[in-house]
Design a binder for this molecule. Structure first.
Ligand SMILES: NC(=O)c1ccc[n+]([C@@H]2O[C@H](COP(=O)([O-])OP(=O)(O)OC[C@H]3O[C@@H](n4cnc5c(N)ncnc54)[C@H](O)[C@@H]3O)[C@@H](O)[C@H]2O)c1
Length: 259
């Protein structure tokens, strides 16, 4: 699918690597101007070294509401407004219930859920002015439960329902949607899960097999869905949670026993 975002002004939080970086590249290819957020000045500058001048950096930690405000303010000051906000910054911390600390809980909820809300709050006057839209990164883990990921599931379930609530509250001026990817080949999965396991090949096979389509996705496939939801092709879509998960959340994959 091809998209035209010529002259559109886009902010991608967590745009320095993984799905965020693929989304930045896809928007640039479609003609947009990009504000790329990274948590630190260093990670933001590093990400910009291979990007064209249509992209510039806005460092800031989305776990802090005041940083959300300054990230959006810097993006708007540089681009003269905002048409699309993509809330991509996120973290996952896998652990059993017994070993979750208060710091883990705060980190995951503050980055994934609170950061998403306060970036939208900060962006709202600018998105109203442009009749723009928001795409949030939820997850299949926001639609179904996953063992060892209770806190992450809670945060992403929050993102799904935050998306729906804000879609209602901000209509008809601003559309709000989210994507719900399954396993995607980024640091969050390749580095932190597959390569961190005792047997990376077996770990990758297990993750792939959890999806009926039997693979993990390249980040570009998620970026395409994000651009679709942000584009005019999706102008009648708001409040949706688009699954891009190889069928993981479609239902139970096994056939019924014979009668
Ligand atoms: N990889 C997957 O399988 C998968 C599946 C479903 C949903 N997601 C979601 O997609 C999003 C992107 O994940 P990814 O796989 O690209 O992960 P990643 O770890 O490769 O990238 C995460 C990005 O978020 C940024 N970030 C983290 N904390 C931040 C903070 N406090 N402030 C600003 N930026 C911060 C990182 O710097 C990085 O750019 C996340 O919200 C994640 O939960 C990922």
């Amino acid at each position: 699918m091809s998209f035209d975002f010529t002259a559109k002004r886009v902010l991608v939080t967590g745009g320095t690597r993984g799905i965020g970086a693929a989304t930045v590249e896809a928007f640039l290819d479609a003609g947009a101007r990009l504000a790329v957020n990274g948590r630190s000045v260093q990670s933001t500058e590093k990400a910009l070294t291979h990007l064209p001048t249509e992209a510039f950096g806005v460092a800031g930690d989305v776990a802090s509401a005041s940083d959300c405000w300054s990230i959006v303010a810097s993006a708007v000051a540089e681009m003269g407004g905002l048409d699309v906000l993509v809330n991509c910054a996120g973290v996952a911390r896998g652990s059993t219930v017994e070993s979750v600390t208060e710091a883990d809980w705060d980190d995951v909820l503050d980055i994934n859920l609170k950061g998403t809300f306060f970036c939208i709050q900060a962006a709202l006057p600018h998105l109203r002015a442009s009749q723009g839209n928001v795409v949030n990164l939820a997850s299949d883990a926001g639609l179904i439960g996953e063992v060892g990921l209770a806190v992450y599931c809670a945060s992403k379930g929050g993102v799904v329902n935050l998306t729906r609530a804000l879609a209602l509250e901000l209509a008809p001026d601003v559309r709000v949607n989210c994507v719900c990817p399954g396993y995607v080949d980024t640091d969050m999965v390749r580095r932190d899960v597959i390569n961190a396991s005792g047997d990376p090949r077996a770990a990758e096979r297990t993750l792939a097999a959890s999806a009926p389509l039997n693979r993990i996705a390249p980040p570009a496939e998620i970026a395409t869905a994000i651009l679709y939801l942000a584009s005019d092709h999706a102008r009648f879509i708001t409040g949706s949670a688009l699954q891009i998960d190889g069928g993981t959340t479609a239902g139970h994959p096994r056939a019924s026993p014979e009668k």
